[in-house]
Design a binder for this molecule. Sequence first.
Ligand SMILES: [Zn+2]
Ligand SMILES: [Zn+2]
Ligand SMILES: [Zn+2]
Length: 271
Amino acid sequence: MVGKSLRVYLETTATYKKIRNYLDDNKMQAFTYQLKEDKEFNVVLHGMPADMSPQEIMDDLLVLGISPSYCHIMTNRKTHLPMPLFLVSLPSNEDNRNIYNISEVCSVKVTVEVLNKKPGPAQCYHCQGFFHNSRYCSKNPRCLKCLKPHMTMDCKKTLSEDPTCCNCQGKHPANFLGCLNNPLNKSPPVDRKKVQEERLAERKEMLAKLRKNSSPPEKPNSAPPKPTSVAPKPPTTTAPKSHSLLYSKALADSLPKKTKPLVKPPEEQKD
Ligand SMILES: [Zn+2]
Ligand SMILES: [Zn+2]
Ligand SMILES: [Zn+2]
C-alpha cells in the first residue's frame, strides 16, 4: 500500500497484460507503466493543415510502410487551440525510423522532426497525474483547466477565466511546469548520490587549497549551498541543466519576498 493506493509489482509480461486487460474490462481506476518492449518514439509532422484527420495520416503512413500506434493534433499550450502540427507515436523499430525520410503524407509536403521533450516527468493527459502515459490510464478524467472531472476538450471554461490546477488548486493549468505539485519542483532532479559525490569533491578541493595556502578559511561551512548561489553556477554535467534552473527558479519564487519581524517591538509588549 502506498498512501491510499495499492501498488503491484509484476514479474512477467503475461501477468502485466492480464492485469491491464482486467483493469480495462472492469473499468477500474488505475494506471500502469509502459512495458519496455512497448517503448515508442514520438515525432512531429509539420506542414499538415490543422483540419486533417489523424486517422487519415495513420492510414497513409501504413501505406508507406510505417506503422504508427497513435496520432493526434497538437494544441497550443496557452490558448489550447489546435496547431497545424501532428504528434505521431511509433514503436521503436527500423521500419518506423524511416519516418524521418518521408517528405509527403496524404499528398501534402511535410517535414518530420523529433519531438522536443518537455522537461520533468511524463504527465498524463487523462488524469493529469505524473510518471505515466494517458494510454495506460483508466482513472477518472481530470481537466487541465478546472477542477471538474471531465476531459480538457469538454471544458466550458473560456480563455478569459483563470484556470485552476487540479493538482494544487493554484491559478494555472495542471501542466504548468512551475506547479508546486509537479515532481520537478518537489525534489531536486539530481540524485542524492551525485550531490554527495560533488560535495565530497568540493570539500577535497577546498582542503587541498587550504593546505597549499595554509591560511585559515573564512567560513568552514559544511552546510549545503543556498539555492540562489547554485543557479548561476555552470553545471558540471550537461543533462539536468534546465531542470536545476527550473527548480531553483521555482524555489526562489516560492520563497517569501519580504520577511516580517516575528517578535513584536518591546514598546507594544509593555502595558
Ligand atoms: Zn493518468
Ligand atoms: Zn474543465
Ligand atoms: Zn498546480
